[in-house]
Ligand binder design. Structure first.
Ligand code: DOR
Ligand code: ZN
Length: 412
């Protein structure tokens, strides 16, 4: 039972929950556990549809336990894991094993995507419960090889026949190994990203459901067909904020310059989804010459907190944050809607009014650092998964792993 919830409409109500779902909204009823929401802004739990939870041989970077604890501490109650694990998720057996690993170790809702490579058993993974297909690497990246146009066309046809959603990492890569963040930005340019988006959209059969991951410029957002995702790092960071060869800020697509970053905000209304692309690497792994450093930055815990600070400063509306972090990704993927009506998934995060600053030493990711250090943020004080207090005041309270299979799931 949640008492004294201020709904997005401004109305005050009590929310009764049973079996993970909202039963009743209105006056109080009797309940075993009561969570008083007075003084907090109550948001539906976020669905972060682009995270790399690692685990297995990459468990030194992150695992399901630490990655999902980091998620709930940032108001995210469902994560969608990308399949560029080691080995990648290319068969139903590997997908089922990944789901089992998460069922044992995750603390919140999760889904697992299928890898898109020519020899992958796409139909088998669809039936085994893959959520979406991809991220599909249309350019090489950390733990992903780029696919050429003809290969992509064939794979898109196969995914379309399964009525699947394809998620795409679109970039164009040129030149020698970059030695600085500005070189990296040139080698994987914003203009190249926009060209790749256009070209890839042209390879997909008419009517296919396309989703472009982590677009980093306004031009790419405008060029996209289908749904568009952007990351907090492209919204809040530019390479001008870092030393020229700071490997921590190396990520694909690259951080852009300050002007390009500001322009990305001009498309806020066209952006369907904000997702973190949480891609943890350890400090030792990043402490190598720029040319050989892995790309990727952590961000699942800081995504909604950064956006909530932007709400408090009047830059964006609360409604737009709810839409882009919870309702739209859930609708795109077919995950039950979290909200304030009977039948809704009872996942929430309670945010106080005070703005704080990000302090990496207080985050829960195993990788132990954040490129957002010192930025303004509002962290949730309590997070509710399936009607139960999963996280409160810095600590995990209860594990609530719930698997969300994709639409093609056929139980064995
Ligand atoms: O920077 C990135 N890191 N971009 C990706 O597409 C993959 C990711 C990773 O898995 O490390
Ligand atoms: Zn990617």
């Amino acid at each position: 039972m949640l008492r004294n919830v201020t709904l997005p409409t401004g109305r005050r109500a009590d929310i009764a929950v049973a079996d993970g779902l909202v039963r009743h909204v209105g006056a109080a009823v009797r309940a075993d556990e009561t969570i008083d929401c007075t003084g907090y802004t109550c948001l539906p739990g976020a669905v972060d549809m682009h995270v790399h939870m690692r685990g297995g041989v990459q468990a030194g970077k992150e695992d399901w336990r630490t990655g999902t604890t980091s998620a709930v501490a940032g108001g995210v109650t469902v994560v969608v894991d990308q399949p560029n694990t080691v080995p990648p998720i290319t068969t139903p057996e590997l997908l089922r094993a990944r789901v089992r690993e998460a069922e044992e170790r995750a603390v919140c809702g999760f889904a697992v995507n299928a890898a898109v490579v020519p020899d992958a058993d796409l139909a088998g993974m669809c039936r085994a419960g893959a959520m979406a297909f991809g991220e599909t690497f249309a350019a090489p990246s950390s733990y992903g090889e780029g696919l050429d146009a003809e290969t992509l066309r064939g794979l898109f046809d196969r995914i379309h026949a399964l009525e699947g959603l394809v998620t795409i990492h679109a970039e164009e890569v040129s030149g020698p190994a970059p030695a600085t963040l500005a070189d990296h930005d040139r080698a994987r340019s914003g203009a190249g990203e926009a060209r790749a988006v256009q070209k890839i959209a042209g390879l997909a059969p008419a009517g296919m459901q396309l989703h472009f991951c982590h677009l980093s410029t306004a031009a790419s957002v405008r060029a996209a067909r289908g749904t568009v995702e952007v990351t907090p790092h492209h919204l809040f960071l530019s390479h001008d904020n870092f030393d020229p060869d700071d490997t921590r800020a190396r990520v694909n697509p690259p951080l852009r310059d300050e002007k390009t970053r500001r322009d990305l905000w001009s498309c806020w209304d066209r952006i369907d989804v904000v997702a973190s692309d949480h891609a943890p690497h350890t400090v030792p792994e990043k402490s190598v010459p720029f040319e050989t450093a892995p790309s990727g930055i952590p961000g699942v815990e800081t995504m909604v907190p950064l956006l909530m600070a932007a709400v408090q400063s009047g830059r964006i509306t609360l409604a737009s944050v709810i839409e882009k972090t919870s309702w739209k990704p859930a609708a795109i993927l077919g995950i039950p809607h979290a909200g304030f009506e009977p039948g809704d998934r009872a996942d929430y995060a309670l945010y106080p009014d005070e703005i704080t600053r990000i302090d990496a030493s207080r985050l829960h990711t195993k990788c132990g650092w954040s490129p957002f250090e010192g930025l303004e943020a509002v962290f949730p004080e309590e997070v509710i998964v399936g009607g139960t207090r999963a996280y409160a005041h810095g600590d995990l309270r209860e594990e609530r792993p719930v698997w969300y299979p994709g639409r093609g799931y056929l139980p064995l």
